[in-house]
Ligand binder design. Structure first.
Ligand SMILES: [Cu+2]
Length: 250
């Protein structure tokens, strides 16, 4: 019912987040209305009138127990209801061969691909600034790090939000079901340039992704520092390199 209000969900686990969000929204919404209506009614009922005396009251024990126990119960029930989503999204890591490393810093997202050897920390790693490219319908594992302060990886359409904490490597995952270009802001006030800290995540069809990866992640697409390999068709890929969207860093 509130779907018009949230950004479009394109994540495999978004439904579970949205359902909880709506439930909590309705509970707090109803509580808000009840509290405000009661307050307004009491404001009118007990307004000052000529000859009216203030009455001292010790309160009502039953009422106090009820309004303490009911919210406590609601919180416990909400906790229990969110266990399935929490364990699916945060406690389990689906199998995948697609891993990227994201290192946040003031004020950029540095996205590192392991390169053809599949290993991080080797010479063929590719690092892009403020952009990530992934295929659609594929589990993407993100190894999230921070170089300086706390940042927060947030993609509203993916229903994914996770802090990047200095000194820690946090593993997260997402799987997107719709190709597109999604805004990727930092959701943790991280300093003066925080408001400008954002990137884009490009979700491609498998074909498109394959093309992009061939142009940007292969050894031939290595940044200028790497030795050029002008041979046959590979030379074309090298030539095409400056046009690529990725601002490849060394
Ligand atoms: Cu930040």
């Amino acid at each position: 019912m509130l779907d018009w209000w949230l950004p479009e969900n394109v994540s495999t686990y978004g439904q579970e987040i949205d359902w909880l969000f709506h439930l909590i929204y309705y509970i707090t919404g109803v509580t808000f209305v009840l509290v405000f209506v009661t307050m307004l009614v009491f404001l009118v009922m007990y307004r000052d009138r000529p000859g009216r005396q203030a009455r001292y009251t010790h309160g009502n024990t039953t009422l106090e127990i009820v309004w303490t126990v009911v919210p406590a119960l609601i919180l416990v029930i909400l906790t229990i209801l969110s266990v399935p989503a929490w364990s699916k999204i945060k406690m389990t890591m689906p199998e995948t061969d697609f891993v990227v490393q994201v290192t946040a810093k003031q004020f950029n997202w540095q996205v590192t691909y392991p390169g053809p050897d599949g290993q991080f920390g080797t010479a063929d790693d590719k690092t892009l600034l403020d952009e990530m490219h992934v295929p659609v319908n594929k589990v993407v594992r993100v190894i999230l790090k921070s170089q300086d302060v706390i940042h927060s990886f947030f993609v509203p359409q993916f229903r994914m939000k996770q802090d990047a904490v200095p000194g820690r490597e946090i593993r997260q995952w997402f799987e997107v079901v719709k190709p597109g270009r999604y805004e990727w802001p930092c959701a943790e006030l991280c300093g003066f340039g925080h408001s400008g800290m954002r990137g884009w995540i490009y979700v491609h069809t498998p074909d498109e992704y394959g093309k992009w990866a061939a142009q940007n992640l292969t050894a031939e697409a290595a940044p200028a520092a790497a030795e050029p390999k002008p041979e046959g068709t590979k030379a074309e890929t090298t030539k095409a390199e400056p046009k690529k969207e990725g601002k490849a860093k060394k």
